[in-house]
Design a protein around this ligand. Structure first.
Ligand SMILES: *Cc1c(COP(=O)(O)O)cnc(C)c1O
Length: 419
């Protein structure tokens, strides 16, 4: 199931009105759907003493979307200075933010410490000595090494650049403690777009085992385990979504068992990005050209700069064709943008209704890693973003890029060095 039937039912009847007012292309996000998934997540883990989702900001870094997350009670997972600034501009403070950086710079640390700081998630043992001021609460990202992975986007953890190895992990907490930390959490992220919930349950078990091991050696009681993001969504129409409710039941049972053995339980943190917003967004674009050479190419008014996933990962995004007069034949086509880059395609050899200019295409599941992955190659400008609100409005939440945005970095003070 790509975008939900309820999103379709809210969107399709009004799409004509929206496209004539705002003009294509645009991404549109479904507030009701995002809230529904947020509530599902809360409910699935409500049996655990304390649960918090830290929305992975990179998936859809739009302030209006982030405000929805805040209103559900979610925090934010940030990985860069600008993501920190974005969340703080919305009032997020301290333990409402986790900063999970990789290849962290001094500037990153300085920004993370501003405004009362945040939960610092260190990616390497060597960073302990580089943190300008060790916060009370510290977390490490754990890389478990050789382990079965669900798919190949994140790869085998042995080959992944992230985290602290198993060999280093106890020493990392020992050194952080020595530098003054006295509250602790642990984090891992070993999945990407994983549809098998048992893999996430195993990840929770792995961290619970690990904190028991660390506790035995260092007498550290962990406040939280963070199992990261990576919950998958079904992009293809014929596959099932992740069984969140069953995952919730099994993870809750692990926590109950842990409590029986240890007399306390940590909180459960999660940083889902894709699962929270992916299925609640769509890219709306108009057919502007039909071209028939060796294949039939349907040219649309959006390019891969609005949605990188098909070109980057060969990812499938489901497509619906909305036509004033539905055609009664289908054809096999490539759907293309206008970049001088042959990968600039939204679909390759896809069987779709016979299309004409001005038909509207709905490209599904663009609510995560869609607009945010965009870029300006070829001078291409990214489209606007709209929100379909719960009170039945289409609201612009980011305008389209304009040439002056593209040229903005060419405005600078002269700076040259005689050599
Ligand atoms: C990308 C990322 C996430 C979110 O991943 P999803 O697949 O969108 O759930 C969470 N945590 C970290 C550290 C990440 O890098």
């Amino acid at each position: 199931m790509p975008i939900s039937e309820s999103f379709k039912n809210r969107l399709f009847p009004v799409l004509d009105k929206i496209t004539s007012h705002f003009q294509t292309p645009f991404h549109i996000y479904d507030e009701a759907g995002i809230r529904e998934t947020g509530n599902r997540l809360q409910n699935a883990f409500s049996g655990i003493g304390s649960f918090k989702e830290y929305y992975a900001v990179k998936a859809l870094p739009n302030p209006e979307i982030l405000k929805i997350m805040q209103s559900i009670g979610f925090g934010f997972d940030c990985s860069s200075i600008t993501e920190l600034q974005l969340c703080r501009s919305l009032g997020a403070r301290n333990e409402e933010i986790i900063f999970t950086s990789n290849n962290t710079s001094h500037e990153d640390f300085m920004e993370a410490a501003k405004d009362g700081g945040c939960i610092l998630n260190l990616d390497d043992i060597n960073l302990i000595d580089k943190v300008p001021e060790m916060p009370e609460l510290i977390c490490f990202r754990y890389n478990p090494g050789a382990r079965r992975t669900g798919n190949d986007i994140i790869g085998n953890p042995v080959e992944a650049k992230y985290g602290v190895s198993h060999e280093q992990i106890i020493e990392a907490y020992r050194r952080a403690k020595k530098r003054g930390a006295n509250r602790f959490g642990i984090h891992t992220m070993v999945a990407s777009n994983e549809l098998n919930y048992t893999y996430m349950v195993q990840t929770a078990q792995m961290l619970l085992d690990l904190i028991t091991e660390i506790n035995a050696q260092l007498e550290i009681e962990f406040e939280f385990i963070n199992i990261g993001g990576g919950l998958g969504i079904p992009y293809q129409p014929d596959i099932h979504g992740l069984n969140l409710e069953q995952m919730g039941r099994e993870v809750t049972e692990l926590f109950h068992n842990f409590k029986k053995l240890n007399g306390y339980v940590p909180a459960l943190f999660m940083e889902s990005g894709r699962f929270m917003t992916g299925p609640h967004g769509a890219l709306i674009t108009t057919v502007i050209n039909r071209k028939e050479i060796y294949r039939t190419y349907i040219g649309v008014d959006a390019s891969m700069s609005a949605l990188m996933r098909p070109a980057l990962y060969g990812a499938y995004h489901h497509i619906d064709v909305l036509q004033k007069r539905p055609s009664d034949t289908t054809e096999t086509v490539d759907i293309t943008g206008s970049l001088c880059e042959n990968n600039d395609k939204f679909a390759i050899q896809r069987n779709l209704p016979f299309m004409k200019e001005d038909d509207i295409l709905v490209i599904h599941d663009t609510g995560a890693h869609g607009h945010s992955m965009g870029f300006n190659y070829n001078g291409n400008l990214r489209p606007k973003e709209l929100l379909l609100t719960e009170d039945n409005r289409a609201e612009m939440i980011r305008r389209e890029e304009r040439p002056e945005d593209y040229f903005a970095t060419l405005q600078y003070e002269q700076n040259s060095l005689s050599l």
